[in-house]
Design a protein around this ligand. Structure first.
Ligand SMILES: Nc1ncnc2c1ncn2[C@@H]1O[C@H](COP(=O)(O)OP(=O)(O)OP(=O)(O)O)[C@@H](O)[C@H]1O
Ligand SMILES: Cc1cn([C@H]2C[C@H](O)[C@@H](COP(=O)(O)O)O2)c(=O)[nH]c1=O
Length: 561
C-alpha cells in the first residue's frame, strides 16, 4: 500500500511521515519510507533535487523545471518505490509526482494539457492508495520553518532557488494541492495542521493507516471548520489576533513568540514578558526595529540568554542610539562577530572605530556590515579583505562571492559593478540582492532581464524607488509576487493606491503592510475593513490589521491619503 504525504514547504510532511512510519513499525508492520528523515532513497533523485535547488540555475524554464522534478520522482518510483511495494506492507512517500504537477500548473502557470501527459507518462497508472494533504496557512508554515532555522545551529545550508518567486508561491501551491484533493476526494484526505499538536496528528494518521491495512473503510475526513465571523475593524482584528496568540502560548509558544515580532503596545509587551524565559531567542529576535522603553528593557534582560539575537535586533535600527552603543560595547569581547554584524550600514565615527578594532580578527562580519557604504573608507576595508582571500580572482568562489555581495548591497559605484560582474558566474541570486534601491541604468537592465525568474529579489530591490520603471515592474509582476507591494510601503499617490486596490484580494496582508502609516487614514481603514470581511481566515492579514490598530500605550497615528 502506497501512502503519500503532500503539502507546501513547512507544512509538516517530513516530521509527520517519519513519526507515522515509526509508529506503524512499532505496531508490527513492515514499513518502507522512501524519504526517511528527509533524504530521498535514490541518490539520482537526491542529485536531481540538489540541481533544481541550486540558485546557479536561475534560468530554468517552467517546462524544463517540470521535467526535472518529474525525473526526480520517476527515478525514485522506479528504483525504490515500485520494488518496495512488492516487499513491504506499507510504503510511505514524502512528496510524489503531484508536487511536480502543482509546481508546474499553479506555481508557474503551465496549462493542464501540457503537464498532465508528462505526469501520466511517469506514473504509468500507479495511484497511491491514500494521499494525506497536510494543509497549513502558508504564513504559519513559513513561521515554523523560520523558527526552526533560527533555533538550529548554523548547519551551512546552501542557498536555494526555492523562494526566488516570492512568498506568494506557497499560496498558489496550496491552492493547487487543494484543487487536486477536491478532484479525488476518495483518494485524498485533507489534514488541517494549523491549530493542532503534532502528537494528535501522528495518532490520527497512524490510526487511519492501520484501519486501511486491516481492510477497513477510510475514516470520515475531518470537516473544514466554518469560516469565522469577520472582524469589522483593525481594533477587533487585534483582539482576534491576540486570542490566537494566547491559544498558542501553551501548545506552541515558539509560534506565539514569533508572531509578536515587531509589534508594539502594552498588550503585546505583557505577552512577551510571559514568553521571555521559555523562548528567549525568539523574543529577542522579535525586538528587531523596536525602540520603545520596554524593548530596551527586555533587551537588557535577555542579553545573557540570547546575546546574538539581541545584537541582531539592533541591525534594523537606523538611529545610532546610546543604548545600542552601550550594548555593543558590553559584548564586543564576548560576541564580537554578532557585534560586528550589528554595525550594518552605519557610517558614524563610532561605527568605523569599532570596525577597525574588529576587522583583523573578524573580517567577514565587518565586511558584510558595509552595506550601502560606498566611500573610500569602506573600499579600503573591502579591498583589504579581498586581497587576504587572494584578490579579485577569489570572487569566482561562491562563498567569497556571497560575502562580497552582502558587502556591496545598495552600492552603485564602478568597483561594486566589477565585483558584481565576477560574482554573477557563481552566485547570480546574491548579485540581484545587491540592487537594493539602485537607480542606475546597469541596475535597471539587470532587473528587467531577470524579473521573470527571480521576481522576489528584483521586486524587493525596488524598495523606496518612485519612478516609471519601478512602477512598470510592480505592475507586471505584482499579481504573481506579493513583494511588489512591500516595495512601496508608505507611498501615497494615485499609482500606489491604484496598484494596492488591484492587488488587494490577491495579497491582502501585503496590501495592508504596504500602506505603512497610511493605514490609519480613512482610506486605509476602509480598505482594511473590506479585506477583513472578504478574507476572514487569513491569519497574515489579521496580524497586519492588528499591527495598525490603536493599541494601549500609544496614540493612534494619523495620516492623510
Ligand atoms: N502541528 C505542529 N506543531 C508544532 N510544530 C509543527 C507542527 N507541524 C509542523 N511543525 C514544525 O514545522 C517545521 C516544518 O515541518 P517539516 O519540516 O516536517 O515540514 P515539511 O512539509 O517537510 O517542509 P519541507 O517541504 O520544507 O521539508 C518543523 O520544525 C516541524 O517540527
Ligand atoms: C523551485 C521551487 C520549489 N518549491 C517547492 C515545490 C517543489 O516541488 C518542492 C520541492 O521541495 P523538496 O524540499 O525538494 O521536496 O518545493 C517551492 O516552493 N518554491 C520554489 O521556488
Amino acid at each position: 500500500m502506497l501512502i503519500v504525504f503532500e503539502g507546501i514547504d513547512g507544512s509538516g510532511k517530513t516530521t509527520l511521515s517519519n513519526r507515522v512510519a515509526r509508529e506503524l513499525r512499532q505496531a508490527g508492520l513492515r514499513v518502507r519510507h522512501v524519504r526517511e528523515d528527509g533524504k530521498l532513497a535514490s541518490p539520482v533523485s537526491e542529485g536531481l533535487r540538489l540541481f533544481t535547488k541550486n540558485p546557479l540555475h536561475l534560468a530554468l524554464t517552467p517546462m524544463a523545471e517540470l521535467l526535472l522534478y518529474s525525473a526526480r520522482e520517476t527515478q525514485l518510483l522506479e528504483e525504490v518505490t515500485r520494488p518496495a511495494l512488492a516487499e513491504y506492507e506499507v510504503v510511505i512517500a514524502d512528496r510524489f509526482l503531484y508536487t511536480a504537477e502543482v509546481l508546474a500548473r499553479w506555481g508557474r502557470g503551465l496549462p493542464e494539457h501540457a503537464v498532465r501527459p508528462v505526469v501520466d507518462a511517469c506514473t504509468r497508472g500507479l495511484r497511491p492508495e491514500r494521499v494525506f494533504l497536510i494543509d497549513v496557512d502558508p504564513a504559519i508554515a513559513r513561521a515554523r520553518r523560520r523558527i526552526s532555522k533560527l533555533l538550529a545551529p548554523d548547519t551551512g545550508v546552501p542557498s536555494s532557488r526555492k523562494g526566488l518567486a516570492g512568498a506568494g508561491m506557497q499560496t498558489r501551491l496550496r491552492a493547487g494541492y487543494r484543487a487536486l484533493a477536491a478532484e479525488s476526494p476518495e483518494q485524498w484526505t485533507l489534514i488541517e495542521n494549523t491549530d493542532v499538536t503534532l502528537e494528535a496528528l501522528v495518532t490520527q494518521l497512524t490510526q487511519e493507516v492501520l484501519r486501511m491495512v486491516r481492510g477497513g473503510e477510510p475514516g470520515t475526513p475531518s470537516s473544514t471548520p466554518r469560516a469565522p465571523t469577520p472582524p469589522r475593524s483593525a481594533d477587533e482584528a487585534r483582539a482576534r489576533f491576540l486570542e490566537r496568540v494566547d491559544r498558542w502560548m501553551e501548545e506552541e509558544p515558539g509560534l506565539a513568540a514569533w508572531f509578536l515580532s515587531g509589534l508594539e503596545g502594552a498588550d503585546i509587551d505583557e505577552r512577551r514578558e510571559r514568553l521571555a524565559t521559555r523562548c528567549p531567542e525568539l523574543i529577542a529576535h522579535g525586538l528587531s526595529g523596536l525602540t520603545d522603553a520596554s524593548a530596551w528593557d527586555l533587551r537588557a534582560r535577555l542579553e545573557q540568554a540570547a546575546p546574538v539575537q539581541v545584537l541582531g535586533s539592533l541591525k534594523a535600527l537606523a538611529a545610532e542610539s546610546p543604548q545600542a552603543w552601550a550594548l555593543r560595547e558590553r559584548w564586543e569581547q564576548r560576541a564580537p562577530e554578532a557585534v560586528a554584524a550589528s554595525l550594518d550600514g552605519l557610517g558614524s565615527e563610532q561605527a568605523w572605530a569599532m570596525r577597525e578594532r574588529l576587522h583583523g580578527r573578524f573580517p567577514e562580519p565587518v565586511v558584510t556590515s558595509l552595506t550601502r557604504l560606498g566611500d573610500a573608507r569602506a573600499w579600503v576595508l573591502r579591498e583589504r579583505w579581498l586581497s587576504q582571500r587572494g584578490g579579485q580572482a577569489a570572487l569566482d568562489q561562491e562563498k567569497v562571492a556571497r560575502i562580497a555581495c552582502r558587502s556591496i548591497r545598495g552600492v552603485d559605484d564602478a568597483p561594486a559593478w566589477d565585483w558584481r560582474e565576477r560574482a554573477w558566474e557563481v552566485a547570480p541570486d546574491a548579485v540581484l540582492r545587491t540592487l537594493e534601491g539602485l537607480d542606475s541604468e546597469r541596475a535597471w537592465a539587470l532587473r528587467e532581464q531577470h524579473a521573470g525568474r527571480a521576481s522576489r529579489l528584483v521586486l524587493e530591490s525596488l524598495r523606496g524607488l518612485n519612478n516609471p520603471r519601478a512602477w512598470a515592474l510592480r505592475e507586471s509582476f505584482g499579481v504573481s509576487c506579493e513583494e511588489a507591494l512591500e516595495s512601496f510601503e508608505g507611498m501615497d499617490g494615485a499609482t500606489a493606491w491604484r496598484l494596492r486596490q488591484a492587488l488587494a484580494d490577491t495579497w491582502p496582508a501585503a496590501t495592508v503592510k504596504s500602506m505603512g502609516p497610511l493605514a490609519s487614514s480613512a482610506r486605509g481603514q476602509e480598505l482594511i475593513s473590506r479585506l477583513l470581511t472578504d478574507h476572514p481566515r487569513d491569519f497574515a492579514l489579521l496580524r497586519q490589521a492588528a499591527r495598525v490598530a490603536a493599541h494601549p500605550g500609544q496614540e493612534r497615528r494619523h495620516a492623510t491619503a
